[in-house]
Design a protein around this ligand. Sequence first.
Ligand code: C2E
Ligand code: CA
Length: 843
Amino acid sequence: MTGTDSDDNATDRRLRLLVGLVVVAALVVALGVIAHAYVWPTPAPDVAMLFVTLAAVLVANHMRVYVRIKSSQDGTTWGEVPVLIALVLLPGPWVVLCAAVGMTLRMIATRKSPQKAIFAVAKEVLTASTAVAVFWALDVRPSLTDPPAALIPVIVAMTAMAIVDHAAYLPVMATASHSTVRRLATQDLDMKLAAYLVRLLATLLVVAVLAFGGSLLLLLIFPLVVFCMHLWQSRRIRTREERESWQRLAEATDELNAVDLTHVLHSAASRAALLFSAVETEIDLVTDSAERTVRGTSQRVTFDGSRAGATELPPAEITAELVTHDGRLHMGVLRLRFGGPVKLTEFEQYKLRTFTSALCTAIRNATAYAELQRLNEQNAYDAAHDPLTGLANRRELYERAGEHFQSHTDEGVVALLLIDLNHFKEVNDTLGHAAGDAVLREVARRLADAAAPGDLVARLGGDEFAVLLVDLPTPALATHRAKSMLSTLERSVAVEGMQITVEAAGGIALAAGSGGVNELMRRADIAMYQAKRAGQQTATYAHSQDTADVSRLALGSELHRAVAEREFVVDFQPIVDLGSGEVVSAEALARWHHPEHGSLTPMEFLQTIERSGRLQDFADAVLDQALAASDQWREAGFDLPVAVNVSPRSLLDPRFPETVLSRLGRHEVPADRLIFELAETLTLSQLDVVGRALTELSEAGVRLALDDFGTGVTPLSVLSHIPVHQLKIDREFIGAVQTSSEASAVIRSTVDLARSLHLSVIADGVESEPQRHALWSLGCVAGQGHLFARPMSAARLLATMQRGTAGRPGALAPSLHDGGAVVRMSRRRSGGSGRSALPHLPA
Ligand code: C2E
Ligand code: CA
């Protein structure tokens, strides 16, 4: 049973008790009147007069100025007026009888509930008897001949009636409306007093008319006067009621203007109950984001939860749909429950519409605000966490470590443990990324479990983790804690039915006096590499070991600046037609112009970039410069494709094709002028994702070269997964082309494979003319290498091409002219080896 149910039962019991008391009092009084009449018999009354009185009681009680309290209606009536006038003309007991019968008829006519009817009749008997008692006490006899004598008793009787009337109905009304007697008594007191005076004056006027010989006919005008006064009074009360109602509505809508949905719903439930004098309000909220039911009385919220958890209530008397004013959004329903049947006036309906519309707006605002709040929190969380493992990310680690440096508390030593997994790449390469991710998640979980409260475990990227150890009582404890954390990784990890052992190296650095987080990170990194080199589980930073790794370490933290300051530049190495010596394309090779370390080659920084999470920025910078160069050459008359190296990691980014195509568009370079060189180190699990990206690019016209061909372990089936256009034979074979028959066999078979698949072949690292000749005779048509040119800036390459060789712009080497062609033809015709023809070629 809900709180409301038990409240309702208690109210009902009290109501029955109060009504019972009034009925008992009325019976006692009625018996008194009958006994009095029996002892002092009265003359029989005029029958016509009886009927007039009866009718007057009926009409006067019907002229009621309504004030709605809950479902019952309270109001002041003209009921005592006919009773008092009749008392001047008729014997008391007959008047009481008329009043009782009149009221009973009225109750039957208006189909009131038995309880209400009994109460009303009892109250009528009580008040009428009170008036009779006053008349008897003041010894006033009914007489048409001497009404003036009744003037004072009329005043006294009317006052007594008002008092008895209020004494009987105020407690009942207060109970029914959950209000207090005091509040009801003082509510509209001025109006009530005014109404009382008006009724008193009207009564006295009638009595005076009778006294001064006015005919009974004159009294016929009286109902008209009374009716006009009644109308005037009703209107005044209604106007005031409406004004107050507007005020309450304005207050309610003001209160709804909140950003917290719970506050909105709770105040709406209570306010609606108050505004519409409902016993209970129910709001059923049904939106995309929430389904919720809130119930309340004017006093408090009685239920807040899901519809399923709410007890069924009797159907509501009034139901209003919660629809935004434009009618587009339906948010649920508002139900108002009353003690009995209720019909809303037009004004109340309008009020209800206004209220629901305000409620809808408030719900919408609060929902929007909550969504905004949620997004903010989500963004804040995402910005501070690694999506794969849920650990803090690099940024969060820096921030938290920074806070520790700033707080300067004496709470203990702060240390940083940097962890790098050994040979993690192999897990990725052999088992695929999903397995690699599973290992990383498990490592993250174990580290987080092993961390002490207050420590911060973070994933910095790739297979690199860090733990900020705080509140260490002594520096020595850092090593102990680090060892115990790393030992949790010794247990093998189960991935796809296999047991994988994870090895890790940890570098420990204690917070330094100066240099802040960056310095701490740098030191932990040095220690970590030291542990790796020494094959130990952990190493602690020692100043003496610093410097060895300075250049490599500095790189990690400087990438941000390098991207911002455009320190990444691209050199271009021409790719040449081995026969004619003419440039056919150029490969873009990245360089880092480091302010301290000078020009760094990709070998020195690529790994750091790939691990740092800044790969995208770097790749974008390279692609931009490569496309700009291609555009520049084309304008100068050299329409060359540009080859750009791409990391498999870039291709795993689903936005990659889109980024590339938009950059092509921006530089106005046709797609077939771009070649991507992909190192042959893709794992089969990557092929799927990479294949999709490359197919999309290939369909747009971009070409693909397989770099370092011949060295990798990738099976040839790669060629069926991704759209390849070129094979670049690795330097390793080119260097050995003259000395190793194995190398030349690889080159020949690659050339044959390429021919049957309609691919072109490029030899990488051509360093000498004999190599060039050998390659050309093996059927390889293009090559790049120091023989022709070293990588250089786009502008220098352009100048070099413009200068040309032997008066041939665009050529970087003398042509192998006809001799070459003869060799190749003869090789094909005679099947003889190309090398045998070499001596005929110009040196
Ligand atoms: P790669 O794709 O095999 O590039 C050719 C490398 O061989 C270049 O080294 C080039 O300078 C060098 N080389 C050219 N001709 C000769 C020669 O005759 N003899 C010898 N011994 N070497 C020669 P670099 O520029 O140091 O590039 C190294 C590798 O870095 C490249 O190998 C490529 O895989 C990678 N790389 C370069 N630029 C980028 C880039 O923008 N993005 C990515 N992801 N990787 C790049
Ligand atoms: Ca390359």
